[in-house]
Design a protein around this ligand. Structure first.
Ligand code: NAP
Length: 366
């Protein structure tokens, strides 16, 4: 991962031990869809503006999932309309990442949320060949494209409480994923929400069933941000360092999700203003996870340091991540045009060793 390149002034990195380049700043499209009825925050009109702007700024790593927004699948649909509208010249620039494993509905069939499992047969989620192959065709249709550049298994297909108690045999899951590459419909493979133990088992399975040694896991997308460093391990009792060591051992990139802790690390939330801020953390169920005493204290520290360094808090939080080992790209979610402008500025923030030590110390509890 020592390679460097750039696009429109945006530095790029390769993903794992592969030839795939991504922009250091990417964009996460979880909260994109059809806000009137699927719990998303960005609809088509604003979404197209943000995507145009992102590409102008060199942001070409775009992350979505088949199930995003209450299982509606509308994030992929919005992106598909964008690709259909902007054409091949734009599509060919983008590293399109998506994920399979969770239920998704057909358009305009949004039912109650959380999703009722009984609306689906067990073959409509997970890691089985029957589900994965069908999901691939659905996603390609929704995305109006003929291929996915980076496909993640969204979560390990394990029984609740059993770390490696696989519901579908791993060789079935990974031979189906490998077949998608052989069909030319998927280019690279990744995993999400996996612990090192689950990742190791996956790598071994793919080694057994993959057509050749280039069919590797190149990226792990797990939760990682200054307020939740220990979540990187994705399993009880597995720490940040263990996952970083694992990624280095296997030459796999980390692509962190929740890089801004859902907005906590942008300086918008303080102890005194929680009843006045209109943001995801004050309006969605997720708030309890981030708006804790420790979280708000860390946010205040990041804001104060950012002021000294003449950058925004979001830029500082992203710059810290970009300094972590094995990090390829930061896919912060953007719900306003100014977010993408701001986040892109993180690549210009210079962090000294003393700055990094200070941020590490302030976030060590997490
Ligand atoms: N693999 C998985 O299981 C998984 C899980 C979750 C997410 N993801 C991926 O990771 C991506 C990133 O995570 P995320 O979007 O959930 O959380 P995030 O990036 O930590 O936070 C995004 C939120 O921060 C706020 N924000 C972003 N930039 C800002 C700026 N410059 N100034 C002020 N506020 C700013 C916005 O909040 P407001 O909307 O409140 O304005 C935005 O919705 C997702 O979009 C998705 O692609 C993957």
């Amino acid at each position: 991962m020592s390679n460097t390149s750039s696009f429109r002034g945006m530095p790029c990195r390769t993903v794992g031990d592969s030839g795939l380049w991504v922009s250091e700043i990417g964009i996460g499209l979880w909260k994109w869809g059809y806000p009137e009825y699927d719990h998303s925050r960005v609809g088509e009109y604003l979404g197209f503006q943000i995507l145009d702007r992102a590409l102008d700024l060199g942001v070409f790593h775009w992350d979505t999932a088949a199930s995003y927004n209450a299982g509606s699948g509308n994030s992929e649909r919005l992106l598909g309309r964008y690709f259909a509208n902007r054409g091949r010249i734009v599509r060919d620039k983008i590293v399109l990442a998506t994920k399979f494993a969770n239920h998704h509905r057909e358009e305009h069939q949004l039912g109650p949320y959380p999703i009722n499992d009984q609306d689906f047969t067990p073959n409509q989620c997970g890691g089985s060949r029957i589900y994965l192959m069908r999901e691939l065709e659905h996603s390609l249709r929704k995305l109006c494209t003929d291929r996915i550049d980076l496909l993640y298994l969204h979560s390990p297909n394990v029984a609740t409480g059993g770390d490696t108690d696989w519901i579908t045999p791993l060789d079935e899951t990974w031979s189906a994923m490998d077949d998608m590459v052989s069909q030319g419909k998927v280019r690279y493979l990744g995993i999400s929400n996996h612990s090192p133990e689950q990742a190791r088992a996956t790598i071994e399975a793919l080694k057994q069933v993959g057509k050749d040694s280039s069919r590797r896991i190149i990226a792990i997308q797990n939760c990682y941000n200054m307020a939740e460093r220990s979540k990187l391990g994705s399993s009880e009792g597995v720490g940040e360092q263990e996952m970083l060591d694992f990624a280095a051992e296997y030459g796999i990139s980390i692509i962190p999700y929740f890089p801004l802790a859902g907005g906590l690390l942008t300086g918008r939330y303080t102890k005194g203003n929680l009843d006045q801020v209109e943001g995801r953390l004050t309006t969605e169920a997720i708030s309890g996870r981030f708006l804790t005493d420790k979280g708000l204290k860390l946010a205040a520290k990041v804001t104060a340091m950012a002021k000294q360094k003449k950058c925004s808090a979001a830029q500082l939080a992203i710059a810290w991540l970009l300094k972590r080992p094995m990090l390829a790209s930061v896919i912060a979610g953007c719900t306003k045009l100014e977010h993408i402008d701001d986040n892109v500025g993180a690549v210009k923030v210079k962090l000294s060793k003393a700055d990094i030590d200070e941020l590490n110390k302030a976030s060590a509890w997490s």
